[in-house]
Design a protein around this ligand. Structure first.
Ligand SMILES: Cc1cc2nc3c(=O)[nH]c(=O)nc-3n(C[C@H](O)[C@H](O)[C@H](O)COP(=O)(O)OP(=O)(O)OC[C@H]3O[C@@H](n4cnc5c(N)ncnc54)[C@H](O)[C@@H]3O)c2cc1C
Length: 337
């Protein structure tokens, strides 16, 4: 285990904030994980586990040990005539895994193309895009239990997946480090192209016979045209979750705002947070070195020299506006550190 001191976290958070870690280590296997936690424990230090840093808001230097997960490996765990179970190390780059599976002809991950980050962080918030969430292809994961040093297996129901939710954001928060995730992918893909602009984009791309690569290319095309690339403009994707309101509250809102889009859910009606933020006049607004993206009001950006504190202040102002105008509490999707 190699512990470095005073390491810049700029390459490890997609907002691109220049905060420092007091100690930093990159971990390639679960034995080293055990050693890293023992090392931090012996010195009474806090720990912060990081993958790609694409879903965090760093609000200052981290005075403990940052543990960067770099556990690699992609392999077939088992297969039958219909399915293949693919086991991936937590430190694998998500999009590389998606491309690998597409190249093998295994279906299920194509709609999740180009989501930044690592495999290990994906179950944390049950990543999703274009009508698919990882819970749809999830089989099980292995996680290192910090208290005991043992590896535990979690199946789908144990993970309690929901919209951008899992057990790891609630009762299991801070207790486990995900070391591998196994997906059940299909050898006979069925495509889900009903969501958003996907069908339209496929038509524009002259795709007449659907295939995994074409769907992935279409998703990549849409994402690149809609979302800022963190390498060019610091951001963490959608900053807030889309709120779900009661049917009654939705009907009242719809009377006042007939254009309000809606997506019925089992527990109410989901409304797009980006629409609410835009309706409050925030789209394209800049506060110092941070702001709200000019094309996508759900994305907060760092223009270069901004800080996590500035983004936090901007986020709070947005929450207040939305609460005042619509009576809705926006919850961040991004993890505040
Ligand atoms: C441009 C852009 C677009 C995005 N689009 C989407 C999208 O379409 N859908 C979507 O769902 N998300 C999206 N995201 C959010 C982000 O990509 C995902 O949440 C991703 O899974 C985060 O992975 P990461 O490795 O970067 O996690 P990090 O940001 O490093 O970590 C996120 C959280 O998980 C914890 N964590 C990380 N790895 C582990 C591990 N192995 N074990 C335990 N805890 C861990 C961290 O401590 C932290 O709390 C987007 C982000 C960006 C920047």
């Amino acid at each position: 285990m190699n512990i470095q001191e005073h390491v810049s976290l700029r390459p490890y958070n997609t907002f691109g904030f220049s905060h420092y870690a007091r100690y930093f280590t990159s971990i390639g296997d679960t034995d080293s994980l055990q050693a890293a936690f023992s090392w931090a424990h012996a010195r009474n230090l806090h720990t912060l586990v990081l993958g790609g840093g694409s879903n965090i808001l760093l609000r200052g230097d981290f005075h403990g040990l940052v543990i960067h997960i770099a556990i690699k490996g992609i392999g077939v765990w088992k297969e039958d005539d219909s399915y293949v179970w693919v086991k991936c190390g937590a430190g694998e780059i998500w999009h590389q895994v998606v491309l690998h599976c597409i190249a093998q002809g295994w279906g299920g991950l194509e709609n999740l193309s180009l989501i930044p980050g690592t495999v290990g962080a994906a179950p944390m918030q049950n990543i999703g895009a274009y009508g698919v969430e990882i819970k749809d292809v999830f089989d099980h994961l292995e996680a290192f239990e910090i208290a005991t040093g043992e590896l535990r297996t979690f199946d789908g129901p144990t993970c309690k997946f929901g919209y951008r939710e899992s057990i790891f954001k609630h009762e299991a928060k801070g207790k486990y480090i995900i070391s591998s995730v196994t997906f059940r992918l299909t050898k006979h893909p069925e495509f889900n192209t009903t969501y958003g602009a996907l069908q339209e984009t496929l038509e524009k791309m002259n795709v007449h016979t659907l295939n995994l690569k074409a769907v992935s290319d279409a998703v990549i095309h849409i994402r690149q045209s809609k979302l800022p690339d963190p390498a060019q403009l610091g951001n963490a994707g959608s900053f807030f979750k889309n709120p779900v309101v009661s049917t009654r509250q939705f009907e009242e809102l719809k009377n006042t705002y007939p254009d309000l889009p809606s997506y019925p859910q089992a527990n109410g009606v989901k409304v797009p947070a980006g629409w609410l933020i835009e309706a409050c006049g925030w789209k394209g607004k800049r506060m110092g070195a941070v702001g709200v993206h000019h094309q996508q009001a759900l994305v907060l950006v760092n223009y270069g020299e901004g800080t996590g504190e500035e983004v936090e202040a901007l986020a709070r102002s947005i929450q207040e506006s939305v609460k005042e105008k619509f009576g809705i509490d926006l919850q961040p999707e991004v993890n505040f550190i």
